[in-house]
Design a protein around this ligand. Structure first.
Ligand SMILES: [Zn+2]
Length: 278
């Protein structure tokens, strides 16, 4: 009886997308074949036909490559290459590009709840300071925060107006849904941005995001299973939505040794085929 049940149970579990853990998604090293499709939401989905971001390009280099999270939608690869070219043409130092997504998207065992459908990317505020290095030497670059270590405000020994210029260029590119930044960064830009401030609408406050910003692109056309995210601010977001981040109680960090439940979202059923494809 047991010999019969075990394969039956295994067959059942393999057809249920939610049974796959983040570790399962992280161990697949190549993209799923087929046309590029984002399936599900930014925090519970997967990616078929992912494209790799070339590890070097004009104006940027990918870092922490051993994580194998440099996969995304072609529209995201194009976004990074175009932004990096603008940065380069402006005579600025290279960008450090961090995580996009895993080869088939899906939940990652560390670092993020999102980045699951090939439409999220982390770009660091720190710039590549000198000559390019070999990919193996890019695992532990200096990545300074723009916020003081005691979380009381912007660290003006690190922050410069060039950071705001970079965010403006990133926010004004086509297809941007939102960009996550720390509350102190948003506050500083609210206080200092001049001219057309429409791009401030795209800067959405979130925890962390003080050493990097997180670009989220909209679902591209031709991806009917991609779930868009609801909107956020109706204006520049410099009023009540920003203020609310300064009055909310501080986030309590669980004491050391606390066993955290791994994030295990329920993925669309179609993601099972993406995970299991040869
Ligand atoms: Zn991110």
């Amino acid at each position: 009886m047991k010999r019969f049940l075990v394969p039956l149970l295994a067959a059942f579990l393999s057809t249920a997308g939610w049974s796959a853990s983040a570790a399962d998604w992280a161990t697949v090293s190549s993209p799923a074949p087929g046309a590029t499709q984002s399936i599900g939401s930014y925090t519970a989905g997967c990616l078929q036909g992912a494209q790799a971001l070339p590890l070097d390009g004009p104006g940027y280099e990918a870092i922490r490559i051993s994580r194998n999270r440099y996969w995304g939608q072609p529209v995201m690869v194009d976004y990074i290459q175009t932004l990096a070219s603008k940065v380069r043409n402006a005579g600025q130092p290279h960008l450090y590009i961090g995580d996009l997504g895993q080869p088939r998207g899906g939940p990652a065992p560390s670092g993020h709840a999102s980045h699951q459908i090939g439409l999220d990317a982390d770009i660091w505020f720190e710039r590549q300071p000198g000559a390019r290095r070999a990919p193996a030497d890019r695992e532990h670059p200096r990545l300074r925060s723009l916020v003081k270590a005691d979380d009381t405000g912007i660290d003006d020994t690190v922050y410069t107006p060039a950071h705001a210029t970079l965010l403006q260029a990133a926010a004004e590119m086509p297809n941007v849904d939102r960009i996550f930044v720390n509350k102190f960064i948003k506050e500083r830009i609210c206080q200092t941005a001049t001219g057309n401030r429409a791009w401030l609408n795209k800067l959405v406050v979130w925890l962390g995001h003080d050493a990097h910003f997180h670009v989220r692109l909209r679902c591209p056309p031709g991806n009917p299973q991609c779930q868009p995210q609801a909107g956020y601010y109706s204006d520049d977001g410099c009023g009540e939505p920003l203020y609310s981040w300064f009055v909310r109680p501080p986030v309590t960090v669980p004491p050391p040794g606390t066993v955290q439940k791994p994030y295990r979202p329920k993925l669309p059923a179609a993601c099972t085929a993406v995970l299991n494809a040869p």
